[in-house]
Design a protein around this ligand. Structure first.
Ligand code: MN
Length: 738
């Protein structure tokens, strides 16, 4: 057992406390140090017996949070005191009244706010949304509550190492979902980036370390490049009498990661790995002119990209960010982003909201900055919001993000997907195996199809089946490149193995018939079965579209030809002539189309406008680009097609020998009750062994409306199903739709 040296620990606590005081010194007014000392003593006392998960004394945490408030956000005494005491009411015997008595109303209010928003966040539940709403409500009381909360979260993220894995995931996800966007919105750029980086570190440590290492590996050459790039600019700015600093900093790990992922490129191809920042000393009234003067110097040396000029000085961003950005071409042919700003602007850019205060005379925010307007806006939104908390959160987050959806696994782990991503994308994001076997999903407990589009905050559970296999049309159901690549892989693999299977069958069959397996025979087989390539022939055999026994008929055909004494088959190398001969033997094309063969490989499709199924009266229609389309004679388009394009209509009928499933749609209306969906799906899947493709259900003020797409074998089959469904308690109407 490790002996804890308490004396040593006390020393360390004091050391940390002194550091806090030292950092706070510039903002302290007379008497402030005394209040801070009192808060420290109260907190240290109250948490005396407590330790963090890491084993360290608990007081380290409030001390660190207070330090972040001072150092990284730029807050003052009230916030330091509140930060030191932020966990006291929740974790110890201290009551809010005690705080108010000892430290005054303001501190008590802030701590009350902090305690209110510290509840446990449950994913996908309204509790989470409600908590978030509460948190935003505190904006209207005192924005410092949010800022201290962010400091608290930042310290927790920095010390996440000692937490168990499931807590790490939960806390990291929550951070990414709520706190990073909030930090961004409040203009706390540095904190936002660090939170995102830490999120990546704990959710995908492999990628995180990979990028960190890459950044380190390339440091030397990068620094050399930066030095030669800024050389001439530095010289010119000095000669013009500017006071300035130039920094060349790599972008955050997370933003590099994002770029690699969204553009699907390796680290080496992320061209804007770093940005050059020129920070000038300037009087408030000269700021704009000075920045543009620097811009002029930069672009004297390097040619700017006109599409990449951003003037956030004339029009600051909504979160208060001011800066002038340009992207220029370096001597080595590399684009480099240059950010030009003043010390004041840089302060605001890094530390956001609190920095505004520093540059205003009073301790209260003034009207007119984008941020204050935003806070007013949020306040109005909160006060006027009469919808549910979840709706509210969606609205709020909707304003923060446009390109991404944030969704959760059943365990609360966050997944970030591009906008428009579907349940199937999500499945492939989890694992390629899960994707390949995906048959549908439950989104917020509701059953949805694989191509269901996901929304912010959705909690998604993937349903799989071992019988499932990716198909060609899955490619239309996904947007992520990961899912697309995996589906293509699977299709290719599937095809390859079917071809191999087919080839084996052919070889075996030929052996049985005492025929040799030569490329010549294969070529003849290919032509006899009217396929374009040997592989297509094998594929059809492998799929069972070409029955292996029919290879026998090929042999008979060949022998027949020999007996007729015509030129030996082996000599017919020209495939078209072989095909012609076959046609002559088989007679003219059938004048009637038989439907019911393998749907993927025969050149006809079932019309989407009427979704015919076996048993329906149908006809074929020769389209320009899509081969033959099968319509029901009762199709709404039938009249037009039959009357105006009669020459393109061909007779068609169903073959009955094959049991093929056809897609049909049913609309169900009824009165809602608990368990209704269960009963409906049970009728469909248990009683009749029908496969459902999708089910969507809407329930509004007691009325239940569902549409189901399912696979049936025939009209009789469908009718039986409809009659069974209408017997379910509560169902009023069952109709077929196309
Ligand atoms: Mn805390």
């Amino acid at each position: 057992m490790i002996e804890i040296d308490l004396a040593e620990e006390r020393k360390e606590i004091l050391k940390r406390y002194k550091k806090l005081l030292k950092m706070a010194k510039p903002v302290l007014k007379p008497g402030d140090a005394k209040i801070i000392k009192k808060a420290f003593n109260v907190s240290n006392d109250a948490h005396r017996e407590m330790r963090r998960k890491s084993g360290e004394p608990y007081i380290y945490h409030p001390l660190e949070v207070a330090l972040i408030c001072v150092e990284e956000i730029g807050l003052g005494t009230t916030s330091i005191v509140s930060a030191l005491l932020h966990d006291v009411v929740e974790d110890t015997d201290w009551e809010l009244e005690d705080i108010e008595r000892e430290f005054g109303t303001k501190v008590a209010q802030i701590i009350d706010g902090l305690t209110k928003i510290s509840g446990v966040f449950e994913y996908g539940s309204s509790q989470q949304a409600e908590n978030f709403r509460k948190m935003l409500l505190t904006l209207s009381d005192d924005v410092r509550v949010i800022l201290i909360k962010l400091a608290d979260r930042l310290n927790n993220m920095r010390t996440l190492d000692s937490m168990p894995r499931h807590k790490q995931l939960k806390i990291a996800s929550e951070t990414m979902y709520l706190y990073a966007p909030l930090a961004h919105r409040l203009g706390l750029y540095a904190i936002k980036s660090e939170l995102e980086d830490l999120y990546l570190k704990f959710t995908d440590s492999e990628t995180y370390l990979f990028i960190v290492n890459k950044i380190n590996e390339t440091r030397l050459s990068r620094n050399k490049f930066i030095k030669s790039f800024i050389g001439p600019i530095e010289e010119e700015l000095l000669s013009q009498g500017f006071k300035f600093t130039i920094k060349g900093r790599p972008k955050s790990v997370f933003s590099i990661y994002n770029k690699m992922k969204s553009q699907n490129i390796p680290f080496e191809e992320v061209y804007d790995l770093f940005a050059i920042r020129i920070i000038i000393d300037s009087e408030l009234e000269n700021e704009k002119a000075d920045c543009w003067q620097v811009y002029s110097v930069v672009t004297d040396f390097y040619r700017p990209n006109p599409d990449r000029l951003r003037d956030w000085i004339s029009t600051p961003r909504a979160n208060g960010y001011e800066s002038l950005h340009t992207t220029v071409m370096s001597q080595t042919g590399q684009w480099v982003e240059v950010q030009i700003r003043t010390v004041r602007m840089d302060d605001i850019a890094e530390r956001g909201y609190a920095a505004h205060w520093k540059y205003k005379e009073k301790d209260t925010p003034q009207k007119g900055t984008g941020l204050d307007e935003w806070i007013t806006q949020v306040r109005t939104l909160l006060e006027s919001n009469d919808g549910s908390a979840i709706e509210f959160m969606d609205d709020f987050r909707g304003n923060l993000f446009h390109d991404e959806v944030f969704v959760f696994t059943p365990k609360g782990e966050l997944k970030v997907l591009p906008n428009g991503a579907t349940a199937l994308d999500f499945a492939f994001e989890i694992h390629s195996e899960v994707g390949a076997k995906c048959i549908g999903a439950k989104v917020n407990q509701k059953l949805v199809s694989i191509n269901h589009k996901l929304k912010n905050g959705d909690q998604v559970e993937i349903l799989t089946s071992n019988k499932q296999k990716p198909t060609e049309d899955w490619l239309n159901s996904v947007v992520t490149s990961r899912a697309k690549a995996k589906i293509k892989d699977a299709l290719r693999e599937e095809k390859k193995s079917t071809i191999l299977d087919g080839k084996e069958i052919v070889q075996r069959k030929l052996r049985q018939m005492k025929m040799e397996f030569t490329s010549e025979v294969v070529e003849q087989l290919r032509a006899y079965f009217e396929t374009k390539t040997p592989n297509e022939f094998y594929y059809k055999v492998g799929k069972g579209v070409i029955d292996a026994t029919s290879i026998k008929s090929f042999k008979e055909f060949k022998e027949q030809k020999k007996q007729k004494g015509k030129a030996s088959f082996e000599k017919v190398k020209d495939e078209t002539s072989f095909t012609k001969e076959i046609k002559n033997l088989k007679g003219p094309d059938h004048d009637q189309l038989l439907i019911g063969e393998d749907m993927d490989l025969v050149d006809y499709i079932l019309a989407k406008c009427c979704n015919p199924i076996p048993g329906d009266d149908v006809f074929g229609f020769v389209t320009i680009n899509e081969g033959i389309k099968i319509h029901r004679t009762s199709c709404p388009n039938a009249l037009e097609l039959l009357s105006n394009h009669g020459n393109r209509v061909i007779k068609a009928r169903w073959t009955s020998q094959q049991q093929i499933a056809f897609l049909a749609g049913l609309r169900i209306v009824g009165t809602d009750r608990v368990g209704l969906i269960n009963d409906v799906t049970r009728v469909i899947s248990n009683e009749l062994k029908v496969n459902m493709r999708s089910i969507t259900v809407d329930s509004d003020s007691g009325i239940f409306e569902g549409s189901i797409k399912l696979y049936v074998h025939s009209t009789q089959h469908l009718e039986k199903l409809m009659s069974n469904l209408s017997k379910v308690e509560g169902i009023l109407k069952v109709t077929r739709f196309d």
